[in-house]
Design a protein around this ligand. Structure first.
Ligand code: 5GP
Length: 140
């Protein structure tokens, strides 16, 4: 099992502003932005600012900060999309389904009877993502 943290991962680049994203929230310990390949409308990611590979390598107070942001933004997403439910997902190491090696929680608004969209590998429409980010920010 790997424990190293690669400072050049894509989420670090997003936080540093070296790669674009649809940011919805930031505080001293956490950062949140829309997933570029959403499994449902409003699907976003919450990450710690500290470089942590996954759940196995993060300090408890940093994880607590992430969970506080997950809860705060889940409420905002529920209000924004008037959704019936919220799915949280979090993957650790390749065997656990992790693809990007900076700890992140997926927050996915869900509508009754609507399945998650499949992983197609295609990026969502940029304007649509921008609109969804604005909806969540307005509900904060
Ligand atoms: P995981 O590691 O949780 O299995 O998957 C990483 C997630 O990050 C995927 O849902 C993927 O769509 C998302 N993702 C990968 N690259 C980018 C990116 O450059 N920008 C954004 N906003 N999301 C990304």
């Amino acid at each position: 099992m790997q424990t190293t943290y690669d400072e050049n991962n894509i989420f670090q680049k997003i936080m540093k502003g070296e790669m674009p994203c649809h940011k919805i929230y930031e505080d001293d310990k956490t950062f949140a932005f829309l997933d570029i390949m959403p499994r449902a409308d409003g699907h976003f990611l919450v990450i710690p600012k500290v470089g942590s590979r996954n759940i196995l390598g993060i300090e408890e107070d940093d994880l607590t900060a992430v969970m506080k942001t997950v809860k705060k933004l889940s409420h905002a997403a529920q209000k924004a999309f008037n959704c019936d439910g919220i799915t949280l997902q979090q993957f650790n190491e390749p065997a656990g389904g992790q693809v990007v090696f900076h700890l992140h929680f997926h927050v996915i608004p869900r509508m009754e009877g609507e399945k998650l969209k499949p992983h197609t590998g295609e990026m969502a429409d940029n304007d649509l993502l921008a609109r969804h980010a604005e909806m969540i920010k307005a509900a904060l």
